[in-house]
Design a protein around this ligand. Structure first.
Ligand code: GSH
Length: 189
């Protein structure tokens, strides 16, 4: 049985929660209090951060790496496209996610120029979604899962108004039970 060291409010953990749900993988979640982390979490991850997964004593941190691991360990249903170019594009979005998350955290910290910086990144997402229905290409997958936790949090916790294309993409994402469940977690924060 896979164990996820988890935190409800953590969007990186949300990536893993959504991927596990999409793959229908049974797991045990251990909630970590990020304000008062147990010392032993550093034995699982030297940075002390969540998410971390553990399976038969084997430990893996880093949400982007965990998502790829789950994709390979549980290939069905696929969350990366068959076409190498589409797979590369999905990985590029994931690699560059902090273009969006840096201004998101700046807004949470109340930094003055955060809102225009965030709006500029949301406009980039909107441009991409004008060309393709999902961030990774034609089909929903890891790139969408990598971004949707922050988008849900900016909508629900920061009252950010999304560009129409991004809003429509979120509505499509919310049709997936795995993403709807995450929206429920955010609503309860
Ligand atoms: N690069 C890591 C980032 C994980 C991360 O920053 N997690 C936050 C919670 S959202 C955390 O554990 N923060 C505690 C800390 O920074 O000390 C990943 O993708 O898994």
């Amino acid at each position: 049985m896979l164990t996820l060291y988890d935190a409800a409010r953590c969007p990186y953990c949300a990536r893993v929660r959504i991927t596990l749900a999409e793959k229908d993988v049974e797991f045990e979640a251990i909630e970590i209090d990020l304000q008062d982390r147990p010392a032993w979490i550093y034995e699982k991850n030297s940075t002390g951060r969540v998410p971390v997964v553990e399976e038969d004593g084997w430990i893996l941190p880093e949400s982007a790496v965990i998502m790829e691991y789950l994709e390979e360990r549980h290939p069905e249903p696929p969350l990366l496209a068959a076409d190498p170019a589409d797979r590369a594009l999905a990985r590029l979005w994931i690699f560059r996610h902090d273009d969006l998350t840096k201004p998101y955290y700046a807004l949470r910290r109340g930094e003055e120029d955060a809102r225009p910086r965030l709006d500029a990144q949301l406009a980039k997402l909107a441009d991409a979604l004008a060309l393709r229905p999902c961030l990774g290409g034609a089909d929903y997958g890891l790139a969408d899962i990598a971004y949707v936790p922050w988008i849900l949090r900016m909508q629900q916790l920061l009252d950010v108004e999304l560009p129409a294309n991004v809003d429509a993409w979120v509505a499509r994402m919310l049709e997936r039970p795995a993403v709807a469940a995450e929206a429920g977690i955010v609503a309860a924060l």
